[in-house]
Design a protein around this ligand. Structure first.
Ligand SMILES: [Zn+2]
Length: 159
């Protein structure tokens, strides 16, 4: 028997068409920084900070940790979008290196800043689509306090 993740939306969503949004729909909603489950509520409460839960359907986001996946995909996309331009400018105009730096660094920075948020939205949508809730990552309720690991070592006698 094939394992199937729980892709169901919270019970508060009774509309079947919204409960069973396709993976592409969920990804598109995530790219638009909307709740991947209902497409209405906001996914973020800051630039990259996820809200505690969807304001429209109540899907919990608080424990989802996308970790390094959004920067990884953002670097991949920005690199493939802009590096051909860098090579083309070098081949055609052969500018000095300082011109490359002055022109391309701001381009790369702005493109990365613009893409990181929607890419994180899509990653979170993918995680929800796979049935991840964040509880399987240990269910941490909040980030560890700065000395938590040190204290744990001390308690075990490792100073
Ligand atoms: Zn929602």
């Amino acid at each position: 028997m094939r394992w199937e993740p729980d892709r169901g939306a919270p019970a508060s969503i009774t509309d079947e068409s919204r409960r069973k949004a396709s993976a592409w729909t969920a990804l598109w909603r995530g790219l638009r920084c909307r709740c991947p489950v209902c497409g209405e509520g906001k996914l973020f409460r800051g630039y990259l900070t996820l809200g505690p839960a969807c304001t429209a359907c109540g899907t919990p986001f608080a424990h989802l940790r996308a970790d390094d996946a959004p920067p990884y995909f953002t670097i991949f996309l920005v690199g493939h979008l802009l590096v051909p331009g860098v090579f083309w400018v070098e081949k055609v105009y052969e500018p000095p290196m300082w011109v490359h730096m002055a022109v391309w660094l701001p381009f790369f920075t702005v493109a990365s800043m613009l893409l990181l948020r929607p890419v994180k939205g899509a990653v979170v949508a993918w995680m929800l689509r796979l049935g991840l809730t964040g509880e399987e990552q240990g269910g941490l309720k909040a980030p560890l306090p700065p000395n938590a690991l040190k204290d744990e070592k001390r308690e075990r006698g490792h100073a």
